[in-house]
Design a protein around this ligand. Sequence first.
Ligand SMILES: Nc1ncnc2c1ncn2[C@@H]1O[C@H](COP(=O)(O)OP(=O)(O)OP(=O)(O)O)[C@@H](O)[C@H]1O
Ligand SMILES: [Mg+2]
Length: 417
Amino acid sequence: MGEACALDCPDKPGNDDGVEVVPRISPGATIVVLMSSSFSQSSSGPVLAAYDDLVARHALTPDPAQHDAAGELDRVLADLVVAKPKRLFGMFEKPQSVRGLYLHGEVGRGKTMLMDLFFAAVPFKQKRRLHFHEFMDEVHRGIAAFRKSERGNADSTDPVEAVTRPILKSGLRLLCLDEFHVHDITNAMLLDRLFGKLFAGGVTLVATSNVAPDGLYKDGLNRQLFLPFIALLKQKTVVADLPSEQDYRRLKFAGQQVYAFGSGPDVQTLMDRLWLRITGGERGEPGQVESIGRQIAVPLMAMGAARFGFADLCDRPLGTRDFVRIAHQFDSLVIDNIPQMDRTRSDAAKRFILLIDSLYDRGVKLAASFAVPLEQLGADDKTAFEFQRTLSRLTEMQSEDYLAKGLRDGASAGTQD
Ligand SMILES: Nc1ncnc2c1ncn2[C@@H]1O[C@H](COP(=O)(O)OP(=O)(O)OP(=O)(O)O)[C@@H](O)[C@H]1O
Ligand SMILES: [Mg+2]
């Protein structure tokens, strides 16, 4: 079913972690021998250790609420390690879902940052981290593809079953969904069945959200039909609040000049300084973003931010879906060396327009260096009309107002290409 393959996670169980577990010996008593280096070096668990390390390096301001939440994530991690599927007669047993975490709180409190620390610390490959919206988009594409297929027409297989089967077959153990929210009735009516099957198949959910489970789909049509999902969510996750007082995102960008113009060492120094301010002093490392079956190279990433050269994004065969993926993965982007876009750069200009649309729709914060002033950026009559919108968005994206706002749902990865 074509598109539904996007739901698969890449690896089968087994080739993972170096963590050894002694199973339960009697009800209520669990002895666990942890051989993983990250566990053995810290009595607090890898998530808290990573959090404390960032605090010690002054990349993060110490925050007691975040500290507690990191401890909760370590609990999920430890449970997942204990529940590692065992190999029996050359086959892996079915994964067991453990109780996950539903972390909610106001914007900019560090939910995504904590989830990313957790995700990086999970010592196996059968895991996925994506935005809730992207995940549901994949599910809907899978259902639509199944309905169009011969099998979808011919038999009475439940489309939800058709979508969850490849996910479970892939051995997925952990699904991290950022910004869980439910506004429309289609998702509201689907979630109970969808997650019922995923949990039953051994998937553990870790989610972030701006609302507590009881606030999901509030005042929605036929809300009583949605209530079983709330009950399921509470049963399968520990619900934790993140009551930090600070909106760290707002703090980071308050009063910042985020655009630089021209080229040369001064501009470079300015951009380096901006990057370090955004990452709290972390230099970052190269990484990758997975986008519908392929990997997009990220020259530098750290603390929810990524740094690209213009050419990395606009001189490569990337499309809207890739840009939407990037916009959902990072809350801040630094782009160096944006050139004037004349006739010789029509293709790059088209990509740049799509890129800015994706970042703007999502509310991603942009810091960038431009070769020329904004009004001289679009110098190609082929893209002149569309470039007007890009220009207006770029202007807004450097405003106090835009920089102070939280993230938005953003464009759907499935609606455009
Ligand atoms: N303790 C902290 N000290 C400094 N910066 C922090 C701290 N916690 C989070 N940040 C930074 O603040 C920004 C916002 O954090 P994050 O994106 O995790 O918030 P969030 O709770 O997920 O917000 P939203 O609800 O809008 O998704 C990020 O750039 C993150 O790196
Ligand atoms: Mg977030």
